[in-house]
Structures are given as structure tokens and as C-alpha cells.
Design a protein around this ligand. Structure first.
Ligand code: F6R
Length: 613
């Protein structure tokens, strides 16, 4: 939540930072601000609401010959989303500016202390205490002042600091909030909360760790430990993403582009990891020895939101094919229950960003209890993989739309591969079956690729009868129950229609009371092992005049006898139906949200990468 961008180098500051903020706007869009230093003077622009508001007041500043500055896009935590609370925040003198992502937990006491010392506050934010604290400690050496200030702070931060007294230097630091550096000999030094802002300028990335501070100049960067004060040597990593991956590429929305990128994302996630000759799966970054694997008696899957839905699907797969009991937890709950975890438990966290605060706290806890930790993650070098024993990376490329799409289906592909891997190690699946299922995984990507444009057109037409509904139910059984949850989440988060997902068989235990002639229900009814049961459940809905949309297998004429609104999908191996059946659910949410005029990529109140607990 909240995005930070900083730059010092030969380019004009404002376009670099504005473009960078655009690539980070998914992290929050309650307000935005930019500050630059030119001729010894700081100039600050701030605006509430989306970045375009800031852009509109910065037209004259675009060409300013400034080469150092900071930017911020905010997801409000402390203080309303107003211009006064927009970052950057300044000290009393106006010579120090700070942008911050995170939460200063002891800001009340620090603020009172600083007010007593005569400091004047201009905002309600926790961040502003940082500017005043630095001012309090500043005695000619900005690094020393920031270090002292941060020693007083409890909570999480990624921050950037600029001071008129050091006009060629940015100082940045992190603790429990992400911060990356981009370095390039000619372009200069970059600072950002995530990789996309850096992609147009450099592929050389350095991930700061907790309790590290960097002194960044156009031609140098020195990283210090905030604990020991010593210099930390870190090598830049070369990142394989490119700038085009973080652009819309002709699509109206990032979400739609990312829906269409799913076949490639699945193929990239699977490629090279399963040997077509013997069905052997290689997950090289997982770092678990055969001995480690042999000792695993239970698996905990921990995640939030959409990633949690991927975990729910994986439970079916792992238990069925590898015979290991699996528990699935929402990360924010996992942390606060009695955890019977020891070294015989493998904890797998699933996270697109690798930064989600609750999931991160969950893996730290599980690690303390002796569990091995593996992350299914999309962002190379993010915090979770760095703290885990091993990682299975999804190769979905940057996901910018706030509603997760390609990351989800890639997570499913990675989790399916992981299931095959475990089944191989445990000897619970023969090579022939692994080869067959591995091929099916690639096949599902091809099927999705072929059907996407036709399916989108079909759904666009279908939603004319449903787009102004107030509520929506999604039902599915077995492997498709989590997809009902995912469909409901997608719809509610981008269209603001109240939507719930249920296990089809659970309807009669309460929710069926909701059904009347105005209630649309989307039923997932592929020809699978639980088909007959699913059909009985949707018949029960039909008997109560619910507005049924069914998604089922091509050629299943029976569905048409239940309702007119049927979406047919090609028949694939039923184990992989969760991947296939996600696609119409995503498109339904997308088309309804677009039809309602909602901001698909930036739904209200949300931010991608939830780095606060
Ligand atoms: C919904 C969505 C969120 C994320 C959740 C976890 O579309 O994107 O529910 O899935 O915030 O994020 P990660 O996977 O980054 O840990």
C-alpha cells in the first residue's frame, strides 16, 4: 500500500517520477504528490484523489530542470485522503521532505513529544512525525539524523528523504515495507516500492532488506545497516521483466490485458519444469532435500484473498494425489490461532506480491515453530522468497490491475506442478500419469487462448440482463467451489455488486432463503465427478425461480433444459477445470464492471500489495 518513487540523475525529474507513480498507482490512489529540488529550493505538488489530479496541476512543472526528487501515491491509513494529508510531508523549516509507506505505530507519543518541543504539524498523518524527528536530530549529517529518527520509530516503513542541505543525495530506508533500488551508470539512481517504475531505465535491481538505509546519488549508492551502522555490500540482480510488460499494450484496462495474458503466463510457469519423457518435475528454487520431503507429515497453506482461493484448490490436489493432509488458512487468522506446527509441517505461503503483511507475518511465525517454508510467488526477490527456505516462482510477469487474474491461474499452475512433484517424491503417482497431467496443464493454456475472444463477446452480451443486479451468488462443488469464491470476489471488488460464493451443497443450509426471481446465481457445473450432485443443486435453485447462469461442458444439452443462459467451455481433464472455469468468472466481473462504468483497474478503497496488517 502506498507507492514511493525517487530519482536522482541526468533526466528531468517530473516525467520520471510521474511515470513511475503511474506504474505504482495500483498500490493506492487516495492522493498523490511530488517534490523536487531545484536551485536549492524544494517545490511540492500534492493532490487528493487519483494521480491524474496531480498530473493536471503539474503541467507547467513537467519541464522543470530539476534532477532530484520524490513522489508518492497514497493508500490512506492515518488521516483522511485529503491534500493536506498527501505526501510528501515536510518538517517545520520546509527544508526536509519525506515520503513513506507503512505505519508508524508509536506516532501518537512521538507527535506529542515533538509538539512539546515546539514542532508544528500540518497533517494528521503518522508520516509527518518522521520529517519532524529528522529535523530534531539533524546536525549537518542527514544519514545520522535519519538513523537516529528511525531508532525511535516502531512499526513499518519504506521511506525516502530529501534535504536542501544535500542537494544531490536521496536517503531511503526500509523496515517491513518493500523498497527497491534501480541503478544505471548513465541514467542515475532510482528508488521505488516495486519494480515496474524502474523498468524503462534499468534492469539492475537491488532489493533493500529490513533495517537497511541507502545513500543514493546519481553515480553511487551506499547501503548501511541501521542496526550496526556498517556498510552492507549488495550486488544488483538483473531482472528479466521489460518495460512493455507493465504497459496496457492496446487493451482498455490492465485487467483485460492480464486476462488475455493467462495462457502465456501458465505456459511460462510450467515450461521446463516437467520432463515430457519421464514426467519428472524440477522445482529448482524450492531447496527442499528428499530427506526434508520424506519428513513432511502435514502441509499448511497460508494466503490472503485470491491467493487463498488458489490454496483451497491446491488442498484438493495435494490430498488426492500426494496423500498428505493439508490445512488451508487465511493468513490474518492463521497468526492468531493455536498453531500445532513443528518441523514435520511444511508451510506454503501463496502470494503474488511476496509482500502481503499478514502472509509474511504468518510465515515468520511458522518458521519460528520449526516448519520449512516455501513460497509460491510472482515477484522475484520480494520479501517472502528472501525469508523462506525455498520458492516456486510463477512466471506471470508484472500484474498491475488491482484485481488479480493471471497471477491466480499461474498460482494454480504452480500448485499443480508442486502436487505432481510431491506425488513423484512420495511415490503416489506413476510417471505415465504425471506425463499425462503435465501435458494437460499446457493443453489448458492452449484451450484458454483459443476460446478467449469468443467467450468475451458471449459474456459481454449475456451481462446485459445482469449488470444492474444488486446481489449475485456463485456456486460450485469440489474443485470448483474455490472458483465460486473467486468469481464472487472478482465481481464484488470491481463492480461493487454484493456477491457471495458458496459450495453448491451448502445452499440448502441457509443461503437458499435468499433466492427469488431477482437473484442471479452463477453455477459452475462441468461434467466432473460431482456433476450429478451439482445439477441437483442448481435444479433446487431453478425451482425457486432464481436467475440461473450455468457454466458447463460443451455438448451438455441438459444444461439448456435448466436455463437459457449457458456458457459452454471445452472439455478438458477435470483436474484442471479450476483453471479453465476461472476465465469466464473473471470476464463476467470485468464486463459487468465496465458496463457499470466502474474503474476496473483501480477499484475504490483497495490497493494491490497489502503491506499493512
Ligand atoms: C483480489 C486480490 C487480493 C490479493 C490479496 C493477496 O483480486 O488481488 O485478494 O489476492 O491481497 O495478495 P498477494 O497474493 O500479493 O499476497
Amino acid at each position: 500500500m502506498c507507492g514511493i518513487v525517487g530519482y536522482v540523475g541526468r533526466r528531468r525529474l517530473v516525467p520520471v517520477v510521474l511515470e513511475g507513480l503511474k506504474r505504482l498507482e495500483y498500490r493506492g490512489y487516495d492522493s498523490a504528490g511530488i517534490v523536487y529540488l531545484q536551485d536549492g529550493k524544494l517545490t511540492k505538488y500534492r493532490s487528493e484523489g487519483k494521480l491524474q489530479n496531480l498530473e493536471s496541476i503539474m503541467e507547467e512543472a513537467i519541464g522543470a530542470p530539476a534532477h532530484i526528487g520524490l513522489g508518492h501515491t497514497r493508500w490512506a491509513t492515518h488521516g483522511a485522503p485529503t491534500t493536506e494529508n498527501a505526501h510528501p510531508h515536510s518538517d517545520c523549516s520546509g527544508d526536509i521532505v519525506v515520503v513513506h509507506n507503512g505505519i508508524i505505530e508509536n506516532y501518537h507519543s512521538l507527535r506529542n513529544e515533538l509538539i512539546e518541543k515546539g514542532h508544528h504539524f500540518a497533517s494528521e498523518t503518522d508520516t509527518e512525525v518522521l520529517a519532524h524527528l529528522i529535523e530534531e536530530y539533524l546536525d549537518g549529517d542527514l544519514r545520522a539524523a535519519v538513523t537516529k529518527a528511525l531508532a525511535r520509530v516502531e512499526g513499518s516503513y519504506a521511506l525516502g528523504v530529501l534535504w536542501t542541505g544535500m542537494p544531490e543525495t536521496l536517503i531511503a530506508a526500509r523496515n517491513h515495507s518493500p523498497l527497491v533500488l534501480g541503478v544505471h551508470e548513465e541514467e542515475g539512481g532510482f528508488l521505488a516500492s516495486d519494480i515496474p517504475p524502474l523498468l524503462p531505465y534499468t534492469d539492475q535491481i537491488i532489493f533493500l532488506d529490513d533495517q537497511e538505509l541507502v545513500v543514493l546519488k546519481s553515480d553511487s549508492h551506499i547501503i548501511y545497516s541501521l542496526v550496526t551502522g556498517e556498510v552492507v555490500e549488495k550486488k544488483a540482480q538483473t531482472i528479466s521483466w521489460n518495460a512493455g510488460m507493465a504497459e496496457k499494450g492496446g487493451y482498455k484496462h490492465f485487467m483485460l490485458k492480464e486476462i488475455y495474458e493467462q495462457p502465456q503466463a501458465i505456459i511460462d510457469t510450467v515450461s521446463g519444469r516437467i520432463n515430457p519423457e519421464n514426467g519428472s518435475v524440477t522445482l529448482s528454487e524450492m531447496n527442499l532435500s528428499d530427506e526434508d520431503l520424506a519428513g513432511i507429515e502435514r502441509i499448511f497453506l497460508v494466503a490472503c484473498g485470491t491467493s487463498w482461493h488458489a490454496a483451497l484448490v491446491a488442498k484438493y490436489w495435494i490430498e488426492r494425489w500426494a496423500g498428505i493432509p493439508v490445512e488451508v488458512d487465511i493468513a490474518s487468522e492463521f497468526r492468531y490461532r493455536t498453531l500445532l506446527i513443528d518441523e514435520k509441517v511444511l508451510t506454503i505461503a501463496i502470494s503474488q506480491s511476496g509482500e502481503t503483511a499478514d502472509t509474511l507475518a504468518g510465515i515468520r511465525l511458522a518458521k519460528e515453530l520449526g516448519s520449512k517454508i516455501v513460497i509460491i510467488c510472482n515477484v522475484v526477490g520480494s520479501t517472502m522468497p528472501r525469508e523462506a527456505h525455498g520458492t516456486v516462482y510463477t512466471h506471470a510477469g508484472p500484474e498491475i490491475g488491482v484485481a488479480s487474474t493471471k497471477a491466480f491461474t499461474s498460482q494454480l499452475a504452480a500448485l499443480f506442478l508442486f502436487t505432481l512433484y510431491l506425488a513423484e517424491k512420495k511415490g503416489t503417482m506413476e510417471a505415465g500419469k504425471r506425463i499425462e497431467l503435465g501435458k494437460e496443464l499446457i493443453n489448458v493454456a492452449r484451450v484458454i487462448e483459443e476460446m478467449l475472444p469468443i467467450l468475451q463477446a458471449e459474456i459481454k452480451e449475456l451481462i446485459e440482463n445482469y449488470y444492474d443486479s444488486r446481489d449475485f451468488l456463485f456456486v460450485g462443488r469440489g474443485l470448483n467451489f474455490p472458483i465460486a469464491l473467486e468469481g464472487a470476489l472478482k465481481l464484488k471488488e470491481i463492480s461493487y455488486i454484493h456477491a457471495e460464493g458458496y459450495a453448491s451443497g451448502e445452499l440448502k443450509h441457509g443461503p437458499i432463503a435468499l433466492i427469488d426471481k431477482d437473484m442471479p446465481i452463477l453455477g459452475l457445473t462441468p461434467k466432473d465427478a460431482v456433476y450429478q450432485k451439482s445439477i441437483s443443486n442448481v435444479e433446487e435453485i431453478k425451482a425457486r425461480q432464481g436467475l440461473l447462469i450455468l457454466i458447463g461442458t460443451e455438448g451438455d444439452a441438459h444444461l439448456k433444459s435448466i436455463t437459457d443462459d449457458v456458457i459452454y467451455l471445452p472439455e478438458i481433464h477435470e483436474e484442471l477445470n479450476p483453471i479453465l472455469y476461472t476465465i469466464p468468472a473473471q470476464l463476467l466481473a470485468y464486463e459487468i464492471a465496465s458496463r457499470r462504468g466502474c474503474d476496473v483497474d483501480q477499484p475504490r478503497n483497495l490497493a494491490k500489495s497489502v503491506t499493512v496488517e
